[in-house]
Structures are given as C-alpha cells and as structure tokens.
Ligand binder design. Structure first.
Ligand code: HEC
Length: 527
C-alpha cells in the first residue's frame, strides 16, 4: 500500500477526533477547510471504471464539488439528488434535461457556525421536512427565510452516544410505516463490554418531534444505515469489530439483519450465524453473513423497476471496504463494492438471504470506496463514492442486454488436453494473475478462480478447451495472447466490449504476457 493511500484511510479517524474536539473549535476550522479541498479536487484516473455485469452501464451522474467526507446520497420529495457530507454540508443537484445526469450543483446548507459534525444520516418526512442525524443529535432543517436555502437547524434529540469509540455514533435514519423516525446507534466500544449508556448499540425510534424516544431492538455493534421495504420490513447492516485486539481470535463476519421489535441481535456476545444446528438463546441471527471487515455502509431496497426481475424485492448494500489498520494487521482487503442481497421469506416471518457482487470499485487502481446507495425515480441505482464525492448512476440498458442475449455462444467441444509449460513460467504467470504487475489490475479481480462464484469476467477455468476454437485461424495460445493485449478484438458471448481492462498490451512486458498465457492455458476445470 502506498503512503498516500494510507493517509486517505486515516481520514475517518481524523474526522472522529475533530468531532470530539468540536469542528467549530479554533484548530478545527483550518483542518476542516483543508479537508474540504481534499475531496473536491480529487478525480479518479482516466482508466478508472466501475465494473458492472453485462447489460448494466455505470456513468458519472454528479460530483459534489467541495464535499469533505461524503456520507449520504438520496433523492428528495422534489425528485432531486441530494448529497450530505460529514461536515454538515448539503448539496442538491439539478438534472434539467431528465437524462439522469446532473448539470448543476447548489449548496443548500453550509453549516454556519459549525454546529454539525459527523453527519451521516439524511431523510425526508412525507410532507418534505428534512431530517439529519449528526454526532449525538437528530435535527430538522428548514428554510425559514424562504430564500430557497436551509437556515434553521432544530435539534429534536440530543445526547446520543457519539464517537466514544472512533466512528461509532448515531447513524442513518429512516421513517417507518408507523410514521416514527428510526435511527441506528453504534456501540461505545469495539467488541464490548457495553457501557451503561441506555442508547448505545441499538435501533431507536421516536415521534417526528423527537418525543417518546425508545428502544426498538438491541445487540448491534454499529448499524450504519437502515431501510424499510414497502411492506414495512426493516433491514440494517452491522459492522464487525475492527480493533486488532489480542482478545479477538478471528475476524468475525459482518451482518445483514432483519430488525424486529424487541429482539436482540447478539452484540457483543454473538457474531454471524450460529454454526450448523446450533441455536443461540434469545438471539436473532442475521439473515446473511458478509465477509469480515467489508465496511458495511449505506443500504437500500429495490422494490421493482427497469432492473431484471431477479433484482426486484432485494437489497443493495455499499461495502466501503477494509480499513487501513485491519488491512495491515490482518492482511485482508474485502469490500469496496456494491452487493445485491436476494431475500427469501421464511415461515416464521423473517427472511434468509444470499448475496453476490453487483458492482466493483476495486480495480486495484486506487482507493475508491462506495459509501451509500439509493434508488432514483428512474429505477436506476445511484452510488456515492467516498474519496472523490462522485455519484455514479448504474442503469440497466435493455438494448445492450438484448444484443448480448442474441449472440450465439461458440461451441467448445474440443476434447483438448491440458497443455504443458515450464513450471517456472506458469508460476510467474500465477503471480501476475493474482496480484497484477506494472500498476495493472490483477486478472483475478474479474476472472475468479472459485467455480461457484459469478465474477465480472468469464471464468477461465478449463479455458484450454475452448481457446483454440474461439476465433478461426487462432490457435489456443494466439487466442489467449490476443485476449490479453487486444481484448476487444473478440468479445466472449454474453459479455460486452470494454469491460475487460484495456491496457495490458502496453503496460506489460512480452515476457510477462508469455507467463500469463502459460498460466491461463494450464488452468484446470477444477482448481
Ligand atoms: C476488469 C475486468 C477484467 C480484468 C481485470 C481482466 N479481464 Fe479478461 N475479460 C474480462 C471480460 C469482461 C471478458 C469477456 C469480454 C471480452 O471478451 O472482452 C474477458 C475475457 C478474457 C479472455 C477470453 C475468455 C474466453 O472465454 O474466451 C481471456 C483469456 C482473458 N480475459 C484473460 C485475462 C487475463 C490474463 C487478465 C489479466 C492479465 C484479464 N483477463 C483481466 C474482464 C477482465
């Protein structure tokens, strides 16, 4: 990991400290201003792309220029796109021609006096009133002067536990079908034990004026965001411990929970689903485990729309990715993607769930992290990227999808034998395949070696059988070489051009490409 990337990862921690000191403090103002320039000036490199499945298109819909640590993307009752950052700035975008891509941005609220710090929740009541969740507080924001900008911040709840453990605070907010406002609150510790704070590590609800604040469900470590389905089911994602405490023998999974009133979800005693037939007393297991340290962030529900039917009535979750300390200490790097979670109702009124990667921000080209996700009025998915404050729209393009479906797969009947190459050459190819070289992304990012998983590129396991018959006149070796140096020369059926990384031909040396060809052609059907 480069030093600059590391510095970037430390920013949430810096922000947490800022929150403790108070952003309005004398030292805080300069730091806040410096942070403000940071996201505004950042651009992803020209070859950065969000990887999506065939038939989907990812494009830049908006960029919150001036945002520092963006946290929320959502649509308002005016059907316009809003972005909130952790420093209490609220941005609104205008898409006058209705193509889903914003032309102009305005700053609706710039946090005068610096009252807001660590703002990570934003929602609207049915009548359009805006609510914000920030360090220790829930508040409404209104335009009292009628000049079109927000000017009146009214706290309706104060004193929630905030930043007693770095980054844990009151988080995302959502209105339930009962008209009450729900908020997830993080624990005051990494892995327990809990303090005697009556509001930590749980989901609370309250009347829209903040009265009758009460516990709805307990046992969460840091429920970062929550969402209601149209049927009134509440879902949240829960982060797992990140401290590399010697007391944690392993990194437990993160969770998605179906939250029901009065139930306990296990923290700090239980993590993930119980093994085998075991049941835990009085503890609701998650509907699915996620990988450890994926950094579960914003969550949304896709009820229906232009996406293919398999995505209807499911969840999309932004996984921010593994933080720097865990990545260094544990040697893992998970997340940095959007997953789709399919839900299957069970007889006892809850769900089981399975997830798969829907969009990937981790091409190995830098530190790009989705932090929130929402569904637009057009039925597309809008994803907020944290390090550049860019909103990507991911839409489904029926025309492209139809064209791909019409392509007939090339038959691959050859009873080919697994070719032989010098072991040393194959070994060098394996390293490049799994780790990349010369600043190019690793092949395994898209061509997974696990036959049970659906990657963003076709599986190359057993490719030696098909390679020689893909393109008339190209033998297996020539074909694989061409696939690497000139990916668009032949497009594998059901995939589309430009999905594969295009610059291997110029970035890699000939001997590196030779090694890759040898490795790819000796991949057996079963690893
Ligand atoms: C960003 C994702 C991505 C990366 C990274 C990537 N590929 Fe691909 N690759 C694809 C996609 C998508 C296709 C299918 C579309 C096409 O034919 O271009 C493909 C096709 C191929 C094929 C043809 C497979 C077939 O069934 O005929 C080969 C071989 C291949 N890639 C090898 C590689 C190697 C080797 C690397 C690493 C040096 C690599 N790819 C990196 C996405 C990727």
């Amino acid at each position: 990991m480069k030093r600059a990337q590391l510095a970037l990862l430390l920013i949430p921690l810096a922000l947490a400290l800022l929150g403790l000191l108070g952003l309005a403090g004398i030292g805080g103002v300069t730091v806040a201003r410096r942070l403000q320039q940071w996201a505004a000036d950042r651009q992803p490199p020209a070859n950065f792309r969000v990887l999506v499945h065939p038939g989907f298109v990812a494009e830049v819909a908006a960029k919150a220029a001036g945002a520092n640590i963006p946290t929320v993307v959502t649509f308002g009752p005016d059907e316009r796109l809003y972005v909130l950052d952790a420093g209490g700035h609220i941005f609104r975008f205008q898409d006058a021609d209705g193509d889903g891509l914003a032309e102009t941005q305005e700053i609706l609220y710039d946090n005068p006096g610096g009252r807001i710090a660590h703002s990570v929740g934003l929602t609207f009541r049915d009548d359009g009133l805006m609510y914000i969740s920030y360090g220790g507080h829930i508040a409404t924001l209104e335009d009292s002067s009628g000049d079109g900008r927000l000017d009146t911040l009214t706290d309706i709840v104060q004193g929630l536990p905030t930043l007693q453990f770095p980054d844990h605070s009151n988080n995302g907010i959502a209105f339930g079908p009962d008209g009450k406002l729900y908020v997830g609150v993080g624990a005051t510790t990494d892995h327990g034990p809990l303090s005697d704070d009556p509001y930590e590590a749980r989901i609370l609800r309250m009347n829209p004026d903040g009265s009758e604040l009460e516990t709805f469900a307990t046992g969460f470590r840091n429920p970062y965001d929550l969402v209601f389905s149209p049927a009134g089911d509440l879902f949240t994602s829960d982060n797992n411990p990140s401290e590399f405490s010697r007391m944690m023998p392993y990194m437990p999974p993160e969770e998605i929970n179906h939250v029901r009133q009065g139930r306990d979800y296990g923290f700090p005693t239980y993590y993930g689903r119980p093994p085998g037939d075991v049941t835990w007393p009085d503890v609701e297991p998650p509907i699915t485990d996620l990988y450890a340290a994926v950094g579960s962030a914003g969550i949304t529900y896709y009820a229906g729309g232009p996406f293919p039917e398999k995505y209807h009535n499911g969840l999309f979750l932004a996984q921010w990715g593994t933080g720097a300390n865990v990545a260094l200490d544990r040697g893992i790097s998970n997340g940095q993607n959007i997953i789709f979670v399919s839900l299957t109702p069970t007889e006892d009124g809850t769900f089981t769930a399975e997830w798969e990667v829907f969009a990937d921000f981790n091409l190995g080209l830098g530190n790009y992290r989705p932090v929130d996700v929402t569904v637009g009025p057009d039925g597309a998915l809008y994803v907020l990227e944290w390090s550049t404050a860019t909103v990507y729209r991911i839409r489904y393009d029926e025309e492209i999808a139809a064209r791909l479906a019409a392509a007939t797969p090339t038959p691959s009947p050859l009873p080919a034998v697994l070719p032989e190459y010098p072991a040393e050459l194959v070994a060098r190819g394996e390293v490049i395949y799994n780790s990349g070289a010369e600043n190019t992304p690793a092949c395994v990012t898209c061509h997974l070696l696990d036959p049970t998983m659906n990657g963003l590129g076709p599986s190359l396991l057993g490719i030696y059988r098909a390679a020689g018959s893909r393109v008339p006149g190209l033998n297996a070796e020539a074909y694989v070489r061409q696939s690497i140096v000139e990916p668009n020369a032949y497009i594998v059926p059901n995939y589309s051009a430009n999905y594969m990384y295009q610059l291997y031909g110029s970035a890699l040396r000939p001997d590196q490409i030779d090694a890759l060809v040898a490795y790819v052609l000796t991949l057996p059907e079963q690893p």
